[in-house]
Design a binder for this molecule. Sequence first.
Ligand code: XLS
Ligand code: CA
Ligand code: CA
Length: 440
Amino acid sequence: MSADYFANFDTIRFDPKSERDLAYRVYDKDRVVMGKRMEDHLRMAVCFWHTFCWPGSDVFGAGTFDRPWLQGTQDAAAAAARREAGLAFVEKLDLPFYCFHDVDVMEAAESVADFRANFATAVDHLEQLQAQTGRKLLWGTANLFSHPRYMAGAATNPDPEVFAWAALQVRDCLDATHRLGGANYVLWGGREGYDTILNTEIGIEQDNFGRFLSLVVDHKHRIGFTGTILIEPKPHEPTKHQYDFDTQTVYAFLKRYGLEKEVKVNIEANHATLGGHSFEHELAMARALGILGSVDANRGDYQNGWDTDQFPNSVEEWTLAMLEFLRAGGFATGGFNFDAKVRRQSIDAADLFHGHIGGVDTIAQALLNAAAIIEDGTLESFRAERYAAWQGELGKSFHADTATLASVAQHAVDSNSSPAPQSGRQEWCENIVNRARCSN
Ligand code: XLS
Ligand code: CA
Ligand code: CA
């Protein structure tokens, strides 16, 4: 089967003066920004689950989308159609990468043998489609949250038989990601958490979660996968208390199980805000801890407290995020994955293009703004100056092995004066950011 689902659409190109909606106004993949091509900075990806599997249903109503690749049941032909449509769409957008869950790309199966056979067929097909379209895999992941067997968690399930099923899916999906040349492997702890403490032993669940992750890292080395293992933090939903709450919590977990040099984070913008953080806070924290891996590009809604997974459209917010991204040195193996879905009323195929084009241009403009701020240097110099005394004799002496709380306190006693407060100049900093936005 090789239906051209997007025959009515031309490949999306950079055309800033275009009369047409279906063009990039800012994203010029070959434009060099701070010494790197835009495409290589941003490494953008389309996700399978929202864009090719979700039918537009919500808790109150059925699917609204009339997409040809969604027709029929969960049979082999429908799964093949999703794979064809998915890779064709990424090619039409002229973006380099895609991401999938195992169950997104295969037909459903209950038995172990059928599950493995169906997934193997899907991976063979994806390998062919990658070769035909020149698209690459940013990351693969196993869905350990949709099937009823995972209702009480996967690695944190009270039943070790479920732990084994999770191991089976992750082993097979990590092997597949390796075979497809994937750049990363993601673990999102979809139901690794709990709803009520009345039936939950947190200590046992944490140890099992740590054990599972250690086994995954060990397997990565056994098969020679050189991509990065990523954990995707999320504070709640589907469970009330998700264990991978945010970047700082994930780091503490990694440290506890000795995995902080092996695993990085996949930060999602919408999960950051659900956790009561800003998106840039999560990026800054990952930068400080040295675990920035990849990003799921989307946004929430400020009036809704749930995971709406909308396409990014605020250049203003993304400029703050891209500052942290550039300060961190950008991606090594990661990328910006559009873990975003068009709204339920956006039923035309063209809406899929509008959503992605808007997201791509938002991130590209934010990259330009952030690069301009960094290259200008005023904000960077101010920040560096604010902390400069820590590089001086006094700051260094406080970190010396010989320093004690008493010796540091003695410095204050000897100086016999109160340090003069310095302005943090927040409004001036904000003005610098806003001016950079205007000048591009
Ligand atoms: C759900 C997550 C999920 C992960 C991949 O909220 O964002 O889609 O990215 O399992
Ligand atoms: Ca995500
Ligand atoms: Ca989300």
